[in-house]
Ligand binder design. Sequence first.
Ligand SMILES: Cc1cc2nc3c(=O)[nH]c(=O)nc-3n(C[C@H](O)[C@H](O)[C@H](O)COP(=O)(O)OP(=O)(O)OC[C@H]3O[C@@H](n4cnc5c(N)ncnc54)[C@H](O)[C@@H]3O)c2cc1C
Length: 301
Amino acid sequence: MKDIIIVGGGTAGLTAAIYARRAGKSVLVIEADNCGGQIINTPEIENYPGIKNISGLEFANGLKDQAESLGAVIESAKVTGLDIKDGKVKTLHTTSGDRECMAVILATGAKNRHLGLENEEEFTGCGVSYCATCDGAFFKDGVVAVNGGGNTAIEDAFFLSNYCSKVYLIHRRDAFRADAKEVAKLKAKENVEFILNSTITALCGNGDLEYVELENTLDHRKSKLEIEGLFIAIGQTPDNKAFADFVTLDEKGYIAAGEDCKTATKGIFAAGDCRTKSVRQLTTAAADGAVAALAAIAYCG
Ligand SMILES: Cc1cc2nc3c(=O)[nH]c(=O)nc-3n(C[C@H](O)[C@H](O)[C@H](O)COP(=O)(O)OP(=O)(O)OC[C@H]3O[C@@H](n4cnc5c(N)ncnc54)[C@H](O)[C@@H]3O)c2cc1C
């Protein structure tokens, strides 16, 4: 029986662990995938106050080391559900069995959105990727495409243009959500070509991805684009359905919680990208981790 269980070992979850341990609470962090969360996928962070420049992996490892050195226990498992018995005790169902605690901090972040094409899963790892930083090196000197129009897509295309002979940027509109300065920087790269007003309608190949079919959104003309790799960067979506009996989810699936990180149920808090908010960044995730931990500490008494 722990005082506090934190679901998710990203920036929010690990920051919460640091605060809770420093207050003397017993803490278990349960992480389904890679400890560190989303940020491990970025080669460079330049906007975290006090750190001029650091890789995502180094940043995440630093947080993990700090939490563990303070005595937080990190377990590898996925939390699949939650129950509350006797008023205060919370039982978390995980892929490694049940775990009990007084307070829960949900810090589940968000996951990459998929295109929803029929054979997308089949080609994942065989040409289709959601992480340029993780998989870009596999396509050294190759021809790849990035799909998306936000900052991540632009950042990914830029990163890949340093490895690959050719990078196509496929976007369904001709305007970008990404920063204009970053788009201009990408346009200046000689091996980058923009394919605008176009959507991907099919992924094709025999085993590995060989080409994608595109449809022009203006004249509906179809075309074929031969590529070895496709990096899908069309945004993110949260996954909080397992907790829906105890927290309110908004229309997109984010946990309804204000700046105090309190949810619809006493003793259950939400921190970081998984909660309703307008800015999803490391600073806001870390801030939430601190706020949620202090609230959970007060709840435990
Ligand atoms: C490519 C990229 C670059 C970025 N660059 C920057 C940047 O330069 N600066 C910046 O400020 N922000 C950046 N961000 C945003 C930043 O990474 C996020 O805002 C931040 O990581 C959110 O932290 P989090 O802890 O809320 O969620 P996450 O980092 O998403 O962590 C959530 C964790 O919870 C785990 N989890 C989820 N569900 C369960 C479950 N049921 N059971 C157990 N574990 C679970 C996940 O596996 C994950 O590890 C970037 C994001 C991306 C994708």
